[in-house]
Design a protein around this ligand. Sequence first.
Ligand code: DGJ
Length: 706
Amino acid sequence: MAQTPANIELKSDGVQLVIDLSSGTPVVLHWGSDLGPNLDGSQLNVAMQEGVPHADLDTFQNPGIWRENARGFLGRPTIQGHREGQDWSQMFDIVEVKTTPTNIFVRSEDKAAGLEVAANFEMTPSGIIRISQTLKNTGSSHFSLNDLTTFLPLPDYAAETVDFTGRWVKERQPQRREIQVGTWAREIREGRSGHDYTIIQMAMTSDANYQRGEVWSLGLQWSGNTRHLVERQPTGRTTIGAGELLLPGELQLAPGQTYEAPVVVAAHSETGIDGITDRHYRWLRSRPKHPSRVRPRPLTLNVWEAVYFDHNLEKLTQLADVAQSIGVERFVLDDGWFGARRDDHKGLGDWVVSEDVWPNGLKPLIDVVKSRGMEFGLWFEGEMVNPDSDLYRAHPEWILHVGDRVPPEGRFQQVLDITHQGAYDHVLGQVDAILSEYDIAYIKWDHNRTLTEAAHLGQAAVREQTKAIYRLFDELKLRHPGLEIESCSSGGGRIDLGMVDHADRFWTSDCNDALERQYIQRYTQFAIPPEMLGSHIGPTHSHTTHRTHELSFRAITALFGHAGLEWDLTETTPEERKILTSWAAYYKANRDLLHSGRMVRIEQPDDSAFVHGVVAQDKSRAIYALATLRAMPGMTPNALRLEGLDPQGSYRVKMVEPAGSPRYVHRQMPKWLDGVVLTGAALAKVGLRPPILAPENAILIEAERI
Ligand code: DGJ
C-alpha cells in the first residue's frame, strides 16, 4: 500500500466530511455538521471503534465505503458483479490518495479480482458533496457489473426518511416513514426518471420540518433507471445510498473498460428541509451555465392548451397579438406541426414541417411572433416514433426491443433506439435542419412513454439511451449557441439532477390546476430552483382536474417558477387581460429576486394553507405567498408568520395585488394590509393576521428592509 495520511477531511459552509484511511480502505467517519476546528480525526477513529459482541466476528470490522463482504460486512455491498461466477467478492486496498482543499480522491485495487475502484469527493462552496465513483476492469475477461451504489453513513438518531411517489398530473407526493431495520428502496425501472421519481431522498431527525431539525439527502445526477435506499442493519448502523439501477447484463465491462457511476449529490442541513433546498439552489446557481445566470427567464406562452393539434395561422396570430399586449416574451408552438401529426396516433419520428398545416413552412408564424417582439419556441419528441410514420416504415428495427417482440405501445408510440447510430443521426439531422432553417430560441423536448424491454440488439440499453440523449442535447446546443431546452415527459416525468446539466427548464407537470400545482411545485422545489420549473397560468377551468379557480390564485401560483401562460388568451375578457398585463409586469420586475433568493416554507399548525416565500440572499427584501388549500378549521386564519428575514432588521410589510383580488370571505379587512413596520423577529414569531380567504385562493405579501 502507498504511504497515505491516517485521515483526511473536507469542510465548507458548516458541513464536514471526515475519511479515515488507517485501515487500508477509506472509511467515512463523519458526514454532517462541522465538528469544530480542533477535531483530531485519529481520536474520532478511536472513539468510533465498537465493542465486539457475542456471536459476531472476533474483531471489529468497519468496512469502509466499498462495503466488501471480505471485510466482514453483511449489508448491501457497494459493488455487485462477477466474472463468470468468479471475482464476485473483492477486497480493495488503497493504491492512491490525492487531496486538494476541495477534493479527496482515493483509488484502490484488488489485483486478484482484476478490479480497480476510485471515489472522488468534491466539496462545493455551498456544502454539497459530489461523489463520483468508477470501477475499472483490469482483468483479462469481461466483468458483469450488476450494481454500484454509493453509500454514506447516517447517525443513529436519523430516525425518518422522506422520498416521493407520483403519477401523471400528480408528481412528487412525499412519503415520510420511520427508519427500521431492513432496506427501504425506491427503484425506477421505466428508463427515465419518471413521475414517481425521488429527486432527492432525505433522512432526518424525527423533529425535522422545513425550518428545524437535522436532514441528510442524496440525489443522483442521472435520468435513467435509479435506486435510492436507506439501510439499517441489525447492528443498528444506518446508511443512505443511491446509484444507477442496471438491468441484467446491461453492463459487461470489457478488459480495460471503466464504468463511471452517475454522480451522487449529498447535502446536509441543520436547519431543516429549507437548508437542504438552499444548498441545492446555491450549488446549481453557481454553475456558469445556470439558466437565470445566462439571462432573465422569459415570460412564456405555450399554445398547447389553447389549440392542441388544431394549428391555424390566423388563430395563432390572434394569440400572438394578445400575448404581445400582455407582455409575453416567448411564444411556443407545441405538438402537431410536423409530418402526419394531426393527432397523437401518427407522425412521431418525421421531423419535417407538415405541408398540410404549414404550406409555407413555419416562417409565416415565426415572422408574426418575432414582429411582435417575442422569441419562438418549438416542440419535439425525438426519442419516440409512431408506428404510423415514415421513419418506422423505413426502419422498424430502430426501436428498443427484444428479439422479435414489439413492445406494448404507449400513447400509440414506440421508443426510438437512439443508441443505434442511424437512429441518432436521423433525429439529430432532422432537428438540426429545423433549427438551422428557422430562428428558434428554445425547444420543448417531450418523452411521453415509459421504456419496456429497452434493449439494443437484445442487450439492456437504458444506460446507453440515457447517455445518448445527453449527447444529443449537448450537440444541439453546441451547433446552436444560446438554444434553450426544456425537458418534458408527460409533464414532470424527467426532472432530475442529471438533466439539470443538459436542459434549462423542466415542464413541472401537465396539471395547470393551481391547487395541484401548489403541492407539485413545493415538492419539486425541494431540490430544483423555481427558475428551472415551468409554471403556467392555465385556463379558468382546468383541463386536467376540471376545477375552476380565481385568476389571482392561478397567477400567484405561477409566479413562483419560470412563469408563463397556457390558455386560449383570445377568450380572455378585457378585465382578465388587464390583470395578466399587471401580473406579467410584476413577474418581470421581481424575477431577479424570485430566481436568486432563498426559498422558505413556513410550518403551519394545520394543512389548510401553505405559506412560502423567497428572501433575497442579503435579506433586504422578500416576497411571500399565502395559499389556502382547503377550508380552515378555525373561524379566523392562523397567524401569517414570515420567517427567513433578519431578526434584528426592521421591515415594511404590505400586501400587494398585482394579479387581481382573491375571493375574501370577511366583513372587515385586517388593518396592516397597506403597510406595517415590524422586526424580522416579530414577523417570524408573532406574524400578521391575514385576511380571511375562501379555500383555493392566494395573496402576496412583500417585505422590504427600511
Ligand atoms: C405532453 C406534454 O406534457 C404536454 O405539455 C404537451 O406537450 C403534449 N405532450 C403534446 O403532445
